[in-house]
Design a protein around this ligand. Sequence first.
Ligand SMILES: [Zn+2]
Length: 73
Amino acid sequence: MDGPSYPQCSSKGCRADATWQLLWNNPKLHTPDYRKTWLACEDHRTTLGQFLDVRGFLREVTPFGAASDAPIS
Ligand SMILES: [Zn+2]
């Protein structure tokens, strides 16, 4: 089964459009500057973020998909 061609939330079973991306790094597996990316909908930004944060993996959470008309600062 092929994955969807448009970005969806990475939370298991969730098919909502992704609006956030969570950038994370597992120091045991990854070099320090490597970033894994999980996509999250509005509802799962917090739960996925907490999952990563309690493990010390979470590095950054940024808006996803709205970059075209959002100023980059
Ligand atoms: Zn979701």
